[in-house]
Design a protein around this ligand. Structure first.
Ligand SMILES: NC(=O)c1ccc[n+]([C@@H]2O[C@H](COP(=O)([O-])OP(=O)(O)OC[C@H]3O[C@@H](n4cnc5c(N)ncnc54)[C@H](O)[C@@H]3O)[C@@H](O)[C@H]2O)c1
Length: 254
């Protein structure tokens, strides 16, 4: 079960955190993994891990917010069976703490970056007779989180792009779903804690861990396991759905 043997998988932001865990697991399950990364050396280290484990992988230096770069990379890959839109950036702040530059920065990566890869990959999948797309949304896609104005805006768009693509391309044998994690312990979380709460890192880490009723953050590998299921043939009846993976955050925080 859950074999990706013979499949070509594209993972954006596969050099760190959740994207790295997904890339490594997909490689282990037999996919040829293409990592699109802004940080090419981080992507290279994921590739080395996959190859050392006997898999096949390649990194492509690429900024997902740049449409020309994304199109060029996807055209060079040729066939894509699985696309995981994972690259994303954080922003902490309410509306009043989000100036136009910050808003645009988050929009360009988290919204336009997803659009760019979808725009490049969907025609390739159509021509190949189908494929699977998985987008990294967030609990912020569907509930109000404090101080996450721009981030929530971007992840709401990821959820609705997922539904739109799932609807329009169901006839082309393309499945499209998204995953909504609560906090996952990755450099992304460590980075925004360090940037926004200097000197209070430990306190904030504990506080953010406790907001999951399960009492901790997720591990990237736990999110990767759900990603594998949704991208495998075993999930062939699943499309147009958002999967929370949240330690009880959405339903049990009352
Ligand atoms: N960590 C969490 O708590 C959490 C929770 C919910 C959703 N998410 C989402 O999961 C995804 C991955 O998060 P993570 O925690 O693994 O983050 P991370 O910061 O550990 O990794 C993100 C990777 O994306 C790459 N990246 C950033 N901008 C890019 C760009 N413009 N082009 C190409 N690559 C780029 C980075 O270089 C990095 O390697 C993001 O979309 C994030 O919003 C994370």
């Amino acid at each position: 079960m859950f074999s990706l043997s013979g499949k070509v998988a594209v993972v954006t932001g596969g050099g760190s955190g959740i994207g790295k865990a997904i890339s490594v697991l997909f490689g282990k399950q037999g996919a040829t993994v293409h990592i699109l990364e802004l940080n090419a050396s981080a992507g290279e280290s994921s590739v080395s891990e996959i190859i050392e484990a006997g898999g096949q992988a390649q990194v492509h230096a690429c900024d997902v917010s740049n449409q020309a770069q994304v199109s060029e990379v996807i055209n060079s890959i040729g066939k894509v069976d699985v696309l995981v839109n994972n690259a994303g950036i954080a922003h902490v702040g309410s509306l009043e703490n989000c100036d136009a530059d910050a808003f645009e920065r988050v929009y360009n990566v988290n919204v336009k970056g997803v659009y760019n890869t979808l725009y490049a990959v969907v025609p390739v999948m159509k021509a190949n007779g189908g494929g699977v797309i998985l987008n990294m949304a967030s609990i912020a896609s569907s509930i109000g989180l404090p101080d996450r104005f721009a981030y929530s805006m971007s992840k709401g768009a990821v959820l609705t792009m997922t539904l739109s693509v799932a609807k329009d391309y169901i006839k082309n044998n393309i499945r499209c779903n998204c995953i909504s994690p609560a906090r996952v312990h990755t450099p992304f979380v460590d980075g925004f804690i360090a940037k926004n709460y200097p000197g209070r890192e430990e306190e904030m880490f504990e506080k953010l861990s406790a907001t999951q009723p399960i009492g901790r953050m997720a591990k990237p590998e736990e999110v990767a396991a759900l990603a594998l299921y949704l991208c495998s043939d075993e999930a062939s009846f699943i499309t147009g759905t958002d999967y929370p993976i949240d330690g009880g955050f959405i339903r049990l925080n009352n």
